[in-house]
Design a binder for this molecule. Sequence first.
Ligand code: NAP
Length: 342
Amino acid sequence: MSKTKVSEVNRVWRLHNRPIGDLSDDTLGFDEEAIPEPGAGEFLFRLNYLSLDPTNIIWMKDVDQYMPPVGLNEPMRGVVCGTVVKSNHPDYAEGMLVSGLGQWADYQLGTPGMLSPMGDTGPIPVADAFSTLALVGPTAYFGLLDIGEPKAGETVVVSAAAGAVGSIVGQIAKIKGCRVVGLAGSDEKCEWIKNDLGFDAAINYRTEDLSKALKAACPDGIDVYFDNVGGKILDACLKLMNLKGRIPTCGLISQYRATEPVPGPYNYEMLLMQRVRIEGFIVLDYADRYPEAIAALGQWMAEGKIKVRTEIVDGLEHALQALKKLYTGENTGKLMVRVKDV
Ligand SMILES: NC(=O)c1ccc[n+]([C@@H]2O[C@H](COP(=O)([O-])OP(=O)(O)OC[C@H]3O[C@@H](n4cnc5c(N)ncnc54)[C@H](OP(=O)(O)O)[C@@H]3O)[C@@H](O)[C@H]2O)c1
């Protein structure tokens, strides 16, 4: 048993009301509670970073989804990075960094099924390793390479391209020799993905005529459309899909706050006409292959071939307000909360 003194109160975000449409200030409550004691085979860890993810709002809703929704009054679920402070598990020593599925709480109990040791992150700072390697990097890697199957010379289009997943997708596609076009919601984001990340073209979908701009940016059509958003952007991309094109469906963020049924894509017939394959995926499906993605992404990051941008909000108390940024497009790169520096 460890001798670490843990004397603070635990602050825990709990789901108080399921959101209807947008998040509201009373969706979650920020409660003060006793710090839990680890039982046999468990460890207690202190939160360092909390990843904020578009899927958080899905987990709050009682709708069909890929995991059980968070129960009312339960702690909010999140992807976390923390430091073990007490342990009753031989493989999780005090001081060890862990990451995986946890809670929006200062202190929480962990078990090996939910959290894995992060190991030595080498030249990559812990914040960058967590922001990129824990979730969004593997999502980009498997979605693009396994489902998108890009080939050198092909045209890859990605939406939410200045976001966490999209910015990595575009950079992997460049590494694979593709022509890469990104869609983003501001001129600053478009400049960043073109000038700093090496995308071939960028379209501000909020201000430009989307169909016209896409046609101009993809003179040879689209071979892979990596879909992070669904809705009108999916429709516009469907129209330009090439024969045997591929669409990895990664996310549908334009629909996550919908209060009415969302109509299907109008250009659905293109799947038939162009023999296009569209396939949804959840990164958790690839859990047994994470080491492959982490090794490749880590190497590309160390070589400077993949650049990472994190947008860090300080203080667990700001997590709910910060989460709203994802749905309004106020973030660039990976949004996360820093609770305590490593
Ligand atoms: N399948 C999986 O396993 C998996 C794993 C992780 C993430 N995802 C999905 O991947 C997508 C991106 O996630 P992320 O973590 O990388 O978030 P992110 O891209 O860093 O942030 C979300 C971005 O979405 C864009 N957006 C918001 N509302 C939009 C709308 N109505 N139309 C078009 N764009 C909109 C905004 O950028 P703009 O300013 O450019 O609009 C915003 O910055 C999400 O759909 C998420 O659910 C899936």
